[in-house]
Design a protein around this ligand. Structure first.
Ligand code: FES
Length: 194
């Protein structure tokens, strides 16, 4: 088995493109399938989350940057000792969503802060970006084959071909910014037969 297969690189930022409903409408070009050349370390406790794109690119993500109820915002971890943004690997990109804390499942809440949840932005099917949002269902959506993940329940798969949930990155709010409190709680990316 090989892990962490690289998928397409196209970005469709959450917040700019909202999906109405239905996986079929989401079908786009097939996955490229190239393997990631990746020496970047993964997120860990103490990393600050920063915007991965847009006018605030590189700036710490703050509570006020996150609309309550979605859509999400894409981010990368930043190593606080060196100030380096860990964007050398797309497998470090995460999607950050702010929801009503009362709607979060018990296990999800353990890694959340004030309703904010953070998940890997890499689909478990063929490693495409999970960078779209279904505002009706309040789900994260993969840009390739429309798999949908429920951010209130550990990003469990609720639609589509994805075989497993997205890994959650536990966080806290510290001085108004988001800080990781540990590593991803599961595997990131897709797994395919060699
Ligand atoms: S890569 Fe196929 S659903 Fe995400």
């Amino acid at each position: 088995m090989r892990e962490d297969q690289e998928g397409r690189h196209g970005h469709c930022p959450l917040g700019r493109r909202e999906v109405v409903l239905g996986g079929a409408a989401l079908l786009v070009a097939p996955v490229g399938g190239a393997e990631a050349a990746d020496n970047e370390r993964r997120p860990r406790a103490g990393d600050v989350l920063v915007h991965s794109m847009g006018p605030k690119k590189g700036a710490p993500l703050r509570l006020e940057d996150l609309p309550l109820g979605g859509p999400g915002v894409l981010a990368f971890p930043r190593d606080e000792a060196s100030g380096t943004v860990l964007d050398g690997s797309r497998f470090n990109e995460v999607v950050v969503v702010r929801l009503d804390p009362a709607t979060l499942g018990e296990e999800t809440r353990k890694g959340a802060a004030e309703g904010i949840v953070v998940y890997s932005a890499i689909c478990s099917h063929e490693a495409c970006p999970v960078n779209m949002w279904n505002d009706h269902e309040k789900t994260l959506v993969c840009s390739c084959h429309g798999s949908m993940y429920d951010p209130r329940e550990k990003a469990a798969v609720v639609f589509g071909p994805a075989p497993r949930r997205l890994a959650q990155l536990p966080i806290k709010l510290e001085g108004g910014v988001l800080v990781a409190t540990g590593p991803f709680d599961g595997r990131v990316g897709a797994v395919r037969a060699a």
